[in-house]
Design a protein. Structure first.
Length: 306
Protein backbone atom coordinates (compact mmCIF):
# COMPACT_ATOMS: atom_id res chain seq x y z
CA UNK A 1 0.00 0.00 0.00
CA UNK A 2 1.34 3.43 -0.92
CA UNK A 3 2.62 5.31 2.10
CA UNK A 4 1.72 8.86 3.04
CA UNK A 5 5.38 9.85 3.54
CA UNK A 6 6.27 8.88 -0.02
CA UNK A 7 3.31 10.79 -1.44
CA UNK A 8 4.17 13.83 0.71
CA UNK A 9 7.74 13.66 -0.61
CA UNK A 10 6.40 13.61 -4.16
CA UNK A 11 4.22 16.65 -3.53
CA UNK A 12 7.09 18.55 -1.92
CA UNK A 13 9.32 17.72 -4.89
CA UNK A 14 6.73 18.85 -7.45
CA UNK A 15 5.93 22.07 -5.60
CA UNK A 16 9.53 23.08 -4.88
CA UNK A 17 11.18 21.75 -8.05
CA UNK A 18 14.09 19.91 -6.48
CA UNK A 19 14.91 17.12 -4.05
CA UNK A 20 17.02 19.48 -1.91
CA UNK A 21 14.21 22.01 -1.49
CA UNK A 22 11.68 19.24 -0.89
CA UNK A 23 13.93 17.92 1.88
CA UNK A 24 14.13 21.39 3.45
CA UNK A 25 10.35 21.72 3.41
CA UNK A 26 9.84 18.29 4.99
CA UNK A 27 12.62 18.65 7.55
CA UNK A 28 14.53 15.70 6.11
CA UNK A 29 17.81 15.20 4.32
CA UNK A 30 18.05 15.07 0.53
CA UNK A 31 19.11 11.39 0.59
CA UNK A 32 16.07 10.52 2.73
CA UNK A 33 13.71 12.23 0.28
CA UNK A 34 15.52 10.58 -2.63
CA UNK A 35 14.98 7.16 -1.05
CA UNK A 36 11.28 7.88 -0.48
CA UNK A 37 10.84 8.86 -4.13
CA UNK A 38 12.80 5.84 -5.35
CA UNK A 39 10.73 3.54 -3.14
CA UNK A 40 7.52 5.04 -4.48
CA UNK A 41 8.66 4.57 -8.06
CA UNK A 42 9.67 0.96 -7.36
CA UNK A 43 6.33 0.21 -5.70
CA UNK A 44 4.37 1.67 -8.61
CA UNK A 45 6.37 -0.22 -11.20
CA UNK A 46 6.74 2.61 -13.72
CA UNK A 47 9.01 5.62 -14.12
CA UNK A 48 7.91 8.74 -12.28
CA UNK A 49 11.01 10.71 -13.14
CA UNK A 50 13.51 11.34 -15.89
CA UNK A 51 16.79 13.25 -15.81
CA UNK A 52 17.49 16.25 -18.05
CA UNK A 53 20.68 18.30 -17.67
CA UNK A 54 21.20 16.69 -14.25
CA UNK A 55 17.72 17.79 -13.16
CA UNK A 56 15.01 15.38 -12.05
CA UNK A 57 11.73 15.90 -13.95
CA UNK A 58 8.33 14.21 -13.85
CA UNK A 59 7.51 11.89 -16.72
CA UNK A 60 4.11 12.10 -18.40
CA UNK A 61 3.07 9.07 -16.31
CA UNK A 62 4.46 10.76 -13.22
CA UNK A 63 2.43 13.90 -13.85
CA UNK A 64 -0.71 11.84 -14.36
CA UNK A 65 -0.09 9.94 -11.13
CA UNK A 66 0.67 13.14 -9.20
CA UNK A 67 -2.62 14.74 -10.27
CA UNK A 68 -4.48 11.94 -8.47
CA UNK A 69 -2.01 11.78 -5.57
CA UNK A 70 -2.59 15.46 -4.87
CA UNK A 71 -6.29 14.78 -4.37
CA UNK A 72 -5.47 12.02 -1.89
CA UNK A 73 -3.15 14.35 -0.01
CA UNK A 74 -5.77 17.12 -0.01
CA UNK A 75 -8.21 14.69 1.59
CA UNK A 76 -5.63 13.78 4.22
CA UNK A 77 -5.01 17.47 4.91
CA UNK A 78 -8.74 18.03 5.39
CA UNK A 79 -9.03 15.15 7.85
CA UNK A 80 -5.96 16.41 9.69
CA UNK A 81 -7.53 19.87 10.03
CA UNK A 82 -10.78 18.35 11.26
CA UNK A 83 -8.96 16.27 13.87
CA UNK A 84 -7.07 19.34 15.07
CA UNK A 85 -10.29 21.33 15.36
CA UNK A 86 -11.95 18.58 17.38
CA UNK A 87 -8.93 18.24 19.68
CA UNK A 88 -8.85 21.98 20.27
CA UNK A 89 -12.57 22.09 20.93
CA UNK A 90 -13.26 24.55 18.15
CA UNK A 91 -16.84 25.46 17.36
CA UNK A 92 -18.53 24.37 14.16
CA UNK A 93 -18.35 27.84 12.60
CA UNK A 94 -15.68 26.80 10.10
CA UNK A 95 -16.82 25.43 6.72
CA UNK A 96 -14.93 23.43 4.13
CA UNK A 97 -16.44 24.33 0.75
CA UNK A 98 -15.96 22.76 -2.67
CA UNK A 99 -17.10 25.23 -5.28
CA UNK A 100 -17.40 25.22 -9.07
CA UNK A 101 -15.02 28.00 -10.19
CA UNK A 102 -17.65 30.14 -11.89
CA UNK A 103 -19.92 30.59 -8.88
CA UNK A 104 -17.44 32.36 -6.59
CA UNK A 105 -17.95 35.71 -8.30
CA UNK A 106 -21.54 34.92 -9.20
CA UNK A 107 -22.91 34.39 -5.70
CA UNK A 108 -20.58 32.57 -3.29
CA UNK A 109 -18.64 35.74 -2.52
CA UNK A 110 -21.89 37.49 -1.61
CA UNK A 111 -22.92 34.61 0.66
CA UNK A 112 -19.50 34.51 2.37
CA UNK A 113 -19.64 38.25 3.05
CA UNK A 114 -23.13 37.98 4.51
CA UNK A 115 -22.13 35.03 6.71
CA UNK A 116 -19.01 36.79 7.97
CA UNK A 117 -21.09 39.84 8.90
CA UNK A 118 -23.65 37.68 10.70
CA UNK A 119 -21.18 35.40 12.55
CA UNK A 120 -17.98 37.23 13.65
CA UNK A 121 -16.11 33.97 14.25
CA UNK A 122 -17.03 32.45 10.91
CA UNK A 123 -14.17 31.08 8.79
CA UNK A 124 -14.09 28.99 5.63
CA UNK A 125 -11.76 27.02 3.40
CA UNK A 126 -12.86 27.47 -0.22
CA UNK A 127 -11.55 24.95 -2.73
CA UNK A 128 -12.27 25.23 -6.46
CA UNK A 129 -13.34 21.96 -8.12
CA UNK A 130 -14.80 21.27 -11.55
CA UNK A 131 -17.98 19.25 -11.82
CA UNK A 132 -16.25 16.29 -13.49
CA UNK A 133 -14.05 15.80 -10.41
CA UNK A 134 -16.98 14.75 -8.24
CA UNK A 135 -15.67 11.22 -7.72
CA UNK A 136 -12.51 12.57 -6.13
CA UNK A 137 -14.53 15.03 -4.02
CA UNK A 138 -16.49 12.24 -2.47
CA UNK A 139 -13.82 9.60 -2.15
CA UNK A 140 -10.87 11.62 -1.00
CA UNK A 141 -11.82 15.02 0.40
CA UNK A 142 -13.48 16.06 3.61
CA UNK A 143 -16.01 18.84 3.02
CA UNK A 144 -19.22 20.29 4.45
CA UNK A 145 -20.88 21.68 1.33
CA UNK A 146 -20.31 21.66 -2.41
CA UNK A 147 -21.94 23.86 -5.05
CA UNK A 148 -22.03 22.96 -8.73
CA UNK A 149 -24.22 22.29 -11.76
CA UNK A 150 -26.68 19.41 -11.65
CA UNK A 151 -27.56 16.68 -12.45
CA UNK A 152 -25.01 14.93 -10.35
CA UNK A 153 -25.88 11.73 -8.56
CA UNK A 154 -23.77 9.78 -6.10
CA UNK A 155 -24.94 7.50 -3.28
CA UNK A 156 -22.80 9.40 -0.78
CA UNK A 157 -24.27 12.80 -1.69
CA UNK A 158 -27.57 14.54 -1.13
CA UNK A 159 -28.32 17.18 -3.77
CA UNK A 160 -30.77 20.08 -3.53
CA UNK A 161 -31.41 22.36 -6.51
CA UNK A 162 -31.66 26.04 -5.58
CA UNK A 163 -31.56 28.01 -8.86
CA UNK A 164 -31.36 27.50 -12.60
CA UNK A 165 -30.04 29.40 -15.59
CA UNK A 166 -29.93 28.58 -19.29
CA UNK A 167 -26.93 28.40 -21.60
CA UNK A 168 -26.37 31.53 -23.65
CA UNK A 169 -24.59 32.45 -26.86
CA UNK A 170 -21.42 34.40 -26.04
CA UNK A 171 -19.91 36.51 -28.83
CA UNK A 172 -17.98 39.64 -29.67
CA UNK A 173 -20.15 42.80 -30.02
CA UNK A 174 -19.04 43.16 -33.66
CA UNK A 175 -20.09 39.61 -34.55
CA UNK A 176 -22.75 39.59 -37.31
CA UNK A 177 -25.20 37.78 -35.01
CA UNK A 178 -24.68 40.11 -32.02
CA UNK A 179 -27.48 42.42 -33.19
CA UNK A 180 -30.06 39.69 -32.54
CA UNK A 181 -31.87 39.29 -29.22
CA UNK A 182 -31.66 35.53 -29.41
CA UNK A 183 -29.96 32.82 -31.46
CA UNK A 184 -31.17 29.40 -32.48
CA UNK A 185 -29.51 26.14 -33.35
CA UNK A 186 -29.72 26.87 -37.07
CA UNK A 187 -27.70 30.08 -36.55
CA UNK A 188 -24.73 27.99 -35.47
CA UNK A 189 -24.60 25.93 -38.64
CA UNK A 190 -22.23 28.23 -40.52
CA UNK A 191 -20.49 29.78 -37.53
CA UNK A 192 -17.04 28.75 -36.25
CA UNK A 193 -17.44 27.66 -32.64
CA UNK A 194 -15.27 27.35 -29.57
CA UNK A 195 -16.51 24.45 -27.46
CA UNK A 196 -15.63 22.80 -24.18
CA UNK A 197 -14.43 19.20 -23.89
CA UNK A 198 -16.71 16.33 -24.93
CA UNK A 199 -17.57 15.37 -21.33
CA UNK A 200 -18.87 18.82 -20.42
CA UNK A 201 -22.60 19.20 -19.88
CA UNK A 202 -23.16 21.96 -22.43
CA UNK A 203 -21.10 20.21 -25.13
CA UNK A 204 -23.03 16.95 -24.67
CA UNK A 205 -26.41 18.65 -24.82
CA UNK A 206 -25.44 20.83 -27.77
CA UNK A 207 -24.28 17.80 -29.74
CA UNK A 208 -27.48 15.92 -28.84
CA UNK A 209 -29.57 18.82 -30.17
CA UNK A 210 -27.54 18.85 -33.37
CA UNK A 211 -27.95 15.10 -33.86
CA UNK A 212 -31.72 15.43 -33.44
CA UNK A 213 -31.78 18.25 -35.98
CA UNK A 214 -29.46 16.48 -38.43
CA UNK A 215 -27.02 19.36 -38.11
CA UNK A 216 -23.28 19.46 -37.59
CA UNK A 217 -21.05 21.85 -35.64
CA UNK A 218 -18.16 23.85 -37.08
CA UNK A 219 -15.74 23.43 -34.20
CA UNK A 220 -12.75 25.71 -34.57
CA UNK A 221 -11.35 25.61 -31.04
CA UNK A 222 -11.77 23.21 -28.14
CA UNK A 223 -10.83 23.90 -24.54
CA UNK A 224 -11.30 22.27 -21.14
CA UNK A 225 -12.36 25.61 -19.66
CA UNK A 226 -15.63 27.43 -20.22
CA UNK A 227 -13.90 30.65 -19.16
CA UNK A 228 -11.27 30.20 -21.88
CA UNK A 229 -14.04 29.55 -24.41
CA UNK A 230 -15.62 32.89 -23.52
CA UNK A 231 -12.26 34.67 -23.68
CA UNK A 232 -11.69 33.36 -27.21
CA UNK A 233 -15.21 34.37 -28.18
CA UNK A 234 -14.54 37.89 -26.87
CA UNK A 235 -11.69 38.18 -29.38
CA UNK A 236 -14.09 37.54 -32.23
CA UNK A 237 -12.40 34.24 -33.08
CA UNK A 238 -15.52 32.10 -32.68
CA UNK A 239 -18.90 31.92 -31.02
CA UNK A 240 -19.39 30.04 -27.74
CA UNK A 241 -22.45 28.50 -26.11
CA UNK A 242 -21.78 29.03 -22.43
CA UNK A 243 -23.03 28.96 -18.88
CA UNK A 244 -23.87 32.62 -18.19
CA UNK A 245 -22.27 32.44 -14.73
CA UNK A 246 -19.07 31.23 -16.41
CA UNK A 247 -19.28 34.02 -18.99
CA UNK A 248 -19.72 36.68 -16.33
CA UNK A 249 -16.88 35.31 -14.20
CA UNK A 250 -14.46 34.79 -17.10
CA UNK A 251 -13.23 38.37 -17.33
CA UNK A 252 -13.77 38.18 -21.10
CA UNK A 253 -14.31 41.58 -22.72
CA UNK A 254 -15.79 42.80 -24.90
CA UNK A 255 -18.43 40.08 -24.78
CA UNK A 256 -22.19 40.10 -25.25
CA UNK A 257 -24.61 37.38 -24.18
CA UNK A 258 -27.72 36.40 -26.11
CA UNK A 259 -30.53 33.95 -25.38
CA UNK A 260 -30.11 30.57 -27.02
CA UNK A 261 -32.74 28.07 -28.09
CA UNK A 262 -33.59 25.27 -27.77
CA UNK A 263 -32.98 25.88 -24.10
CA UNK A 264 -30.10 24.10 -22.39
CA UNK A 265 -31.06 24.28 -18.69
CA UNK A 266 -28.28 24.51 -16.12
CA UNK A 267 -29.67 23.87 -12.64
CA UNK A 268 -27.35 24.61 -9.72
CA UNK A 269 -27.39 22.52 -6.58
CA UNK A 270 -26.13 22.29 -3.03
CA UNK A 271 -24.36 18.97 -2.35
CA UNK A 272 -24.16 17.59 1.17
CA UNK A 273 -22.15 14.54 2.27
CA UNK A 274 -24.54 11.92 3.63
CA UNK A 275 -21.92 10.54 6.02
CA UNK A 276 -22.06 13.53 8.38
CA UNK A 277 -24.88 15.61 9.93
CA UNK A 278 -25.42 19.18 8.77
CA UNK A 279 -24.33 21.74 11.32
CA UNK A 280 -26.25 24.94 12.04
CA UNK A 281 -23.48 26.82 10.21
CA UNK A 282 -23.92 24.66 7.10
CA UNK A 283 -27.68 25.23 7.13
CA UNK A 284 -27.32 28.98 7.59
CA UNK A 285 -24.71 29.33 4.86
CA UNK A 286 -26.71 27.13 2.46
CA UNK A 287 -29.68 29.47 2.88
CA UNK A 288 -27.52 32.47 2.01
CA UNK A 289 -26.05 30.71 -1.05
CA UNK A 290 -29.49 29.73 -2.32
CA UNK A 291 -30.87 33.24 -1.89
CA UNK A 292 -27.86 34.85 -3.62
CA UNK A 293 -28.00 32.31 -6.46
CA UNK A 294 -31.68 32.94 -7.08
CA UNK A 295 -31.12 36.71 -7.15
CA UNK A 296 -28.30 36.41 -9.65
CA UNK A 297 -30.25 33.97 -11.83
CA UNK A 298 -33.22 36.38 -11.87
CA UNK A 299 -30.93 39.29 -12.76
CA UNK A 300 -29.46 37.30 -15.64
CA UNK A 301 -32.89 36.40 -16.97
CA UNK A 302 -33.97 40.05 -16.80
CA UNK A 303 -30.81 41.23 -18.59
CA UNK A 304 -31.43 38.71 -21.38
CA UNK A 305 -35.07 39.71 -21.68
CA UNK A 306 -36.29 36.42 -20.24
Amino acid sequence: MLGYRSLAALRAFVETGSVAQAAARLGRTAPQVGRLLAALEAELGFALFTRHNRRLLLTAEGARFYAQAERVLAGHDGLDRLGREIRQGQRDDHLRLLIAPQVTNAFIGEALAAMAARVPGFTATVESRIRLDIESWVGQEHFDLAVTVLPLTHPALEAEEFCAVEAVAALHPAHPLAARDSLGLADLAEQPLVVTHPRSLIRQRLEALCRDAGQGLRIRFETSSGAVACQLASRGMALAVADPFVAQSSGAAPLVLRRFSPAIPLPYGLLYPRWQPRSATVEAFSTLVAAAGRRQAAALAAALGG
